[in-house]
Design a protein around this ligand. Structure first.
Ligand SMILES: NC(=O)c1ccc[n+]([C@@H]2O[C@H](COP(=O)([O-])OP(=O)(O)OC[C@H]3O[C@@H](n4cnc5c(N)ncnc54)[C@H](OP(=O)(O)O)[C@@H]3O)[C@@H](O)[C@H]2O)c1
Length: 289
């Protein structure tokens, strides 16, 4: 039996479908079972609660062969590191208590980056904790999610603009979340692997933001241009919204690291996934647009 956290999220939802289609027995940990897809609720065992709660994990993990672990994003957390570690420490202890043999987590590309990288550093700290559980461990390590762009649909629709903090002419490594889920599904469907390792997974193209704007324009049938936002301007905007200095730094350090190429050195060793930017625009962004 495989225990899956965040079964209502972008990655977890697709993962559950993939595991069920493949015939795996699945138990999900979910805060509110009412948010599960109807067919899923009938096909899986359900434990209600949050996976930072030891009692919830104690209800979920007895008899589990493997655990899929994802720390829910929380941009408002007082500190990204504290947030990721609170989840990871609960997970580490529960995996130990229940002698779960295999853990697959969603982390981030960029392990070994020598400077603080905000939210990405927090994901690396999560890996370090989960490795201490002693389970065989795979840190699925993707770069920037294409789905992050969905939040920009109103700006694209209303002003024909999307914004990031990266240089317009610098390639940005990206991936579609469905490919992250499929990578995790592959690892969980065949537990013959041993040891602990990072698994960098990248989408097939590394377009520049200007290159993305070109594809977006073609696929949406209207002109879309890229506008760069300076990290300092982003930070000032978040401060003016009342965000704490730590919260601002967690995001600003991450954007700066992305701009400085935190994903680049994983590129050579990464598994390259199927979904190109153009395919993603056609199959995910355009219908949402
Ligand atoms: N965005 C990126 O570019 C990027 C890149 C690399 C790695 N990552 C990592 O990818 C992960 C995000 O994956 P995703 O996009 O699949 O997430 P997502 O779609 O935002 O899903 C989050 C899930 O967490 C659940 N959740 C929210 N708060 C919770 C809590 N307090 N306790 C328990 N469950 C909670 C939500 O379920 P309910 O609301 O239904 O409870 C939902 O199922 C993060 O760990 C992030 O660090 C992101």
């Amino acid at each position: 039996m495989i225990v899956v956290t965040t079964p209502t999220g972008q990655i977890g939802r697709r993962l559950v479908h993939r595991l069920r289609t493949g015939g795996s027995k699945v138990k999900v940990v979910v805060r509110n079972a009412g948010r599960l897809d109807d067919d899923v609720r009938e096909q899986v065992d359900v434990v209600e609660g949050s996976h930072d709660d030891p009692a919830v994990l104690d209800a979920a993990l007895p008899g589990a062969e493997a655990l899929f672990w994802l720390v829910p994003p929380n941009p408002a957390a007082a500190s990204a590191e504290a947030h990721y570690l609170a989840f990871a420490r609960a997970g580490r202890e529960a995996v130990r208590r229940h002698a779960v043999g295999h853990v697959v987590a969603v982390s981030s590309a960029g392990h070994g980056w020598p400077r603080p990288a905000g939210v990405l550093s927090a994901a690396f700290a999560m890996d370090a904790e989960l490795r201490k559980s002693g389970a065989a461990y795979r840190a699925v390590s993707p770069p920037f999610y294409l789905e992050n762009l969905l939040g920009q649909l109103p700006a694209i629709r209303e002003r024909g603009v999307f914004t990031l903090t990266c240089a317009a002419d610098q390639p940005l490594a990206t991936i579609a979340t469905r490919d992250v889920a499929d990578t995790a599904a592959g690892l969980l469907a065949d537990l013959s692997w041993t040891g602990q390792a990072e698994v960098p997974v990248f989408g097939p193209d590394r377009l520049t933001p200007d290159g993305m704007a070109e594809v977006l324009s073609e696929e949406l049938g209207r002109t879309v241009r890229y506008d760069r936002v300076a990290v300092a301007d982003f930070a000032a905007m978040r401060r003016s919204q009342g965000a704490s200095e730590r919260v601002v730094a967690d995001a600003a350090e991450m954007f700066a690291a992305q701009d400085e190429g935190i994903y680049d050195r994983d590129w050579a060793s990464a598994t390259i996934t199927a979904t190109s930017f153009r395919t993603w625009c056609r199959e995910v962004l355009r219908p949402a647009f």
